[in-house]
Design a protein around this ligand. Structure first.
Ligand code: 26Q
Length: 840
């Protein structure tokens, strides 16, 4: 990172800034004059940046130069705003939110920042003078892919919501050098290429070397008593330095600015190689030490909804929480000089169990460094920490082998053991010595440290991410804890940043809404989208709505032609399933139905059929063999159909490579149908479902996750529901589910699966088909018939153009509650108990 040059130019820039008095002398016609003034200043700031950072005059600047200069200018403006915001927050004694998460799937920053600071038009104007197109600059920015999927993207949406609500917040995560891998498909087989995002991404990062922290691993703990005081020393530890880099997110209209603080792991003498070692000829050892340190933040773990029991993952988690908790304590002590009021002035949020170790880390600091008693420290922490659960999948529940844990984190292990002892004792009292129950709730048992149990024990709030999921948590995953501590359990349904996913991704639709509602209010308050409802009865509006959809479909078709070499018809139904690849999400149910349809069409070439284009986008965890087989199956099925002249004009299957945030922004506005077909009870919420409905796609889905709330919001006429309910799933499982029976007795299933076993396109799909006929853990076959019915129903509905437009528009109208602004409001009211900074 070019720390030096950036620092220097920042100084020069501030010298070149328009004097503050200029702003003060623009009293009366404030808006137009200040607009003109800032247009000039944006142009000037850009010129200065180009000259100082890249040694070019605007006339000679490349698009890359412009992109970088613009990013640096915006970064500086956000920094200035943040400074003002923080000082206001301090004066108002505002409560701070600290959001700890191993993933923030930020995507691109340029468009969002310009939009939120109301600078898009000015930037366009300045650039156009030099023949530069802003749209081209957007495409130069790499996605900051510091996350896998839903959980990481949710965290990113929340930073936007927090800033816009003027709630002071810092998100903490890791500065992975390599984000989520770039997916390549080699004749359908997923391979992974490294995602080195920093060359285009680091211009958004503000280095904060003065806030570096030390994180200790390994070694031994030495304890002694002196004068009645307990002393603890961590000896022979491996020390890793955490260097912070800030990525700022401006709220809409520059209300607030959220900080995302990303920690980079470095060896203690970062930068320079240890010269003493060098002189002793031990250069290699010094290099090795550095490499060992830096490996911690080298790469994001690319698995989603699946735990990874690797030592490096544990190190990543502790590295994140130790640096972050030290930072939180430092900030708090600087302001208040005590941690006694931590629960009143700070909310520490654990996004899933990945940052659980924040709990014992905060205990460690309070006990060993601040001299708190165990009881007092525990009381403070349990009133400060809250936890969100994001998954019910058993294989995602994190637990660490006790020996690995104790070796790598000796002091933290001692503390977790003590928490476990005291918690178990308390639970025995509260359950009348129900040994079985207390052992299920234990934090350490059978040689494993159970992170979710630690979270539940130490958090004042435990929430799920949709109403259904929050019920399942109480009845199932955390049932024991719920019976003892029911007051902890809450729900906050997920939401999405509607300014990104509607206003920026679908500007034509945003204009349509503005025109119908006669105001821009929906930009700040998505509940106004409801006011679109009456326009469902206005044929002109419906036509205009579908014309926008059509143009978005054409835009996507162009991309598909360019990327996949396949021409898709914008008049066909665009049926979209985009999300991580996982058996529980049942992309193979979708594919099995497509295969069945294909076989039907071959048999009856003249049957009535509504042309349909199936679009898939999904990355699989690199080691998840069956998921990769499913990708190959879908890909080769698409090829097979494309090679069949009798069918290819009616039915298409497109697998979009490297599904990511920026591709989602192109896709969401172009979808007619949103496939949300997980087995009921498996998807915690889903958020892609919300993005798609907001852009006027009709959901075809099960009663799972947030689909239930989407159903309630749009009503039964504007959604296609199929499949078993959670109760029916439970009943089937209890009675003993036998997919073999379905395979034997259902001729449609039988035929399609046999084609998979036999194979096509030079390959067989025995593993995927076999998984369905033998175990079918996610009951694909059980829901197949009803899925076919829902597919047919949606096709028939599409032929009535105006009726379809109604459904689509009513989906947008019903999507307001799924804005992350609403989620943030819920978290503030029900969990964090914080209020916005006023006067922003
Ligand atoms: C854990 C340990 C080791 C390595 C990796 C992991 C790991 C990483 C990511 C475990 C789980 C995840 C991600 C989970 C996730 O994205 N869950 C999704 O969260 C969304 C936001 O709440 C929900 O909408 C989705 O339903 C849920 O699947």
């Amino acid at each position: 990172m070019a720390k030096e040059t950036e620092k220097k130019s920042a100084k020069k820039l501030s010298a070149n800034k328009a004097p503050a008095s200029k702003k003060k002398t623009a009293p009366a016609k404030k808006s137009s004059r200040s607009k003109a003034a800032s247009a000039v200043s944006l142009a000037e700031e850009l010129k200065t940046r180009l000259l100082h950072n890249f040694s070019v005059q605007p006339e000679d600047a490349t698009d890359e130069n412009w992109y970088n200069a613009l990013a640096l200018v915006l970064r500086d403006r956000m920094r200035t705003k943040r400074t003002q915001y923080i000082s206001k927050a301090h004066k108002q004694d505002a409560k701070q939110v600290y959001y700890l998460c191993m993933e923030f799937l930020m995507g691109r920053s340029l468009k969002n920042t310009l939009f939120n600071l109301n600078l898009t038009e000015e930037a366009e104007r300045v650039l156009s003078k030099y023949g530069v197109r802003l749209d081209n600059l957007y495409e130069l920015e790499p996605d900051a892919g510091l996350g896998n999927g839903g959980l990481g993207r949710l965290a990113a949406c929340f930073l936007d919501g927090l800033a816009t609500a003027s709630i002071p917040a810092i998100g903490y995560s890791l500065l992975y050098e390599y984000g989520i891998f770039r997916q390549k498909l080699d004749n359908g087989w997923q391979t992974e290429a490294p995602d080195f995002w920093l060359p285009g991404g680091q211009c958004w990062l503000l280095p904060r070397p003065e806030l570096a922290k030390k994180v200790l691993f390994d070694g031994e703990v030495r304890e002694w008593w002196n004068n009645g005081f307990h002393h603890v020393e961590h000896e022979n530890a491996t020390v890793i330095v955490a260097q912070p880099y800030d990525l700022m997110v401006a709220g809409k209209d520059g209300h607030g600015v959220s900080t995302l603080r990303l920690w980079k792991a470095t060896a203690p003498s970062d930068g320079a190689i240890d010269m003493t070692l060098y002189n002793q000829g031990e250069y290699m050892r010094a290099m090795e030490r550095r490499a060992m340190a830096e490996i911690i933040t080298h790469q994001l773990y690319p698995s989603d909804n699946h735990r990874e029991g690797k030592s490096l993952r544990l190190s990543q988690q502790y590295f994140l929480v130790s640096a972050s908790v030290q930072d939180i304590v430092q900030r708090h002590l600087r302001k208040y000089g005590t941690l006694d009021n931590l629960p009143e002035m700070a909310a520490i949020h654990l996004n899933d169990t990945h940052p659980t170790l924040a709990i014992p880390e905060l205990m460690r600091i309070m006990l060993d460094e601040c001299g708190y008693s165990w009881e007092k420290a525990w009381e403070i922490i349990t009133r400060t920490v809250a936890y969100t659960n994001h998954t019910v999948m058993a294989e995602a529940l994190e637990c660490w082998p006790e020996d690995l844990f104790s070796q790598r984190l000796p002091r933290i292990y001692q503390i977790v053991k003590e928490i476990n002892n005291r918690f178990s004792e308390q639970m025995m009292k509260e359950t009348d010595n129900d040994v079985a129950k207390v052992s299920r709730m234990a934090i350490i048992s059978f040689g494993l440290v159970k992170m979710a149990n630690l979270c539940v024990a130490a958090s004042h709030s435990v929430n799920g991410v949709s109403r259904l999921h929050s019920e399942i948590i109480k009845q199932d995953v955390f049932h024991d804890a719920y019976t003892v501590m029911p007051e902890k359990f809450k729900n906050v349904t997920n939401g999405i940043a509607h300014r990104r996913w509607l206003c920026q991704a679908n500007p034509e639709l945003a204009t349509f809404i503005r025109e119908r509602l006669g105001s821009d209010e929906f930009v700040m308050d998505a509940s106004h989208l409801e006011e679109l409802t009456p326009f469902a009865d206005d044929p002109d509006s419906l036509q205009a709505f579908m014309a926008i959809k059509r143009r978005n479909k054409e835009r996507l078709a162009k991309y598909v032609l360019q990327q996949n070499g396949v021409a898709i018809d914008p008049d066909s139904i665009f049926d979209v399933q985009v999300k991580r690849l996982h058996e529980y999400k049942r992309q193979h149910l979708n594919a099995l139905h497509i295969l069945h349809t294909y076989l039907e069409l071959k048999e009856n070439p003249n049957m009535e059929f509504v042309p349909r284009t199936y679009l898939f986008g999904a990355k699989s965890a690199p080691g998840y063999f069956l998921a990769k087989e499913i990708i190959r199956f879908i890909y080769l099925l698409g090829k097979e159909i494309e090679n069949d002249p009798a069918v290819r004009d009616k039915l298409k299957v497109v697998y979009l490579e490297d599904y990511r945030v920026s591709l989602a922004e192109l896709l969401m506005p172009a979808a007619d149908i949103s496939e949300q077909i997980s087995l009921a009870g498996t998807e915690a919420s889903g958020t892609g479902n919300m993005k798609l409905m907001m852009n006027g796609a009709v959901t075809l889905g099960t009663m799972d996750g947030a689909n239930v709330e989407i159903y309630e919001s749009v009503g039964p006429d504007n959604i296609f529901i199929f499949g078993m309910s959670t109760e029916e799933v439970e009943n089937q499982k209890r009675m003993g589910y036998t997919p073999q029976t379905l395979y034997n007795n259902n001729p449609r299933i039988h035929r399609a699966l046999d084609v998979m076993f036999r194979g096509f396109g030079g390959r067989q799909f025995g593993e995927v088909a076999g998984s369905l006929t033998s175990k079918d853990p996610y009951m694909v076959l059980a829901d197949f018939e009803d899925y076919c019915r829902a597919q047919d129903q949606s096709a028939a509905a599409y032929t009535d153009t105006l009726a379809w437009a109604r459904k689509a528009l009513l989906n947008t109208a019903g999507s307001g509650i799924f804005s992350s602004d609403r989620s943030i409001q819920d978290y503030s009211d029900r969990i964090w108990h914080c209020r916005p900074v006023t006067g922003m």
